[in-house]
Design a protein around this ligand. Structure first.
Ligand code: FES
Ligand code: FES
Length: 150
């Protein structure tokens, strides 16, 4: 089947089309910027965009993604993701870094749906993305800085 990831079309040969996107990204296509955390939809580490909306790649079957546009942290095209990356660096958000591609992609989904989220909308939208290093305050500061630039 053919899937579009970061503006490129991949023709993947996969027997079980119930395989989650995360496994296809990491194991079939070696796109390892998207992280495996819990594997069961609980941590947000695997977040990517599908048609601009944040979804969890560990819980999304590849069969549901034909003719959809998948965007990952490895995009070189998506302006919202790039803007967030700029503020992530400026605010020095990252500690170990493991959760951060999912954090940025979830924030990108938020800003695409709602370019000027309130502080409480930022909090509720980011609530399900876990960071074991506790970078939550810096993540919020970076999203607010990106929000101000829209
Ligand atoms: S790895 Fe997908 S939500 Fe945790
Ligand atoms: S920066 Fe380490 S888990 Fe978030």
């Amino acid at each position: 089947m053919k899937i579009t990831i970061d503006e490129k079309i991949y023709d993947i040969d996969i027997e079980d089309t119930n395989t989650p996107l995360l496994w296809v990204l990491r194991d079939n296509l070696n796109l390892t910027g998207t992280k495996f955390g819990c594997g069961v939809g609980q941590c947000g580490a695997c977040t990517v965009l599908v048609d601009g909306e944040a979804i969890r790649a560990c819980s999304t079957a590849i069969s549901s993604l034909e003719n959809k546009k998948i965007t990952t942290i490895e995009t070189t095209e998506d302006k919202t993701v790039q803007k967030l990356q700029k503020f992530w660096i400026q605010e020095d958000v990252v500690q170990c870094g493991y959760c951060q591609s999912g954090q940025i992609m979830n924030a990108a989904g938020l800003l695409k749906a709602n370019p000027k989220p309130s502080d409480s909308e930022i909090l509720s939208s980011m609530n399900g993305n876990i960071c074991r290093c506790g970078t939550y305050n810096k993540i919020k500061t970076a999203i607010k800085a990106a929000r101000a630039e829209v």
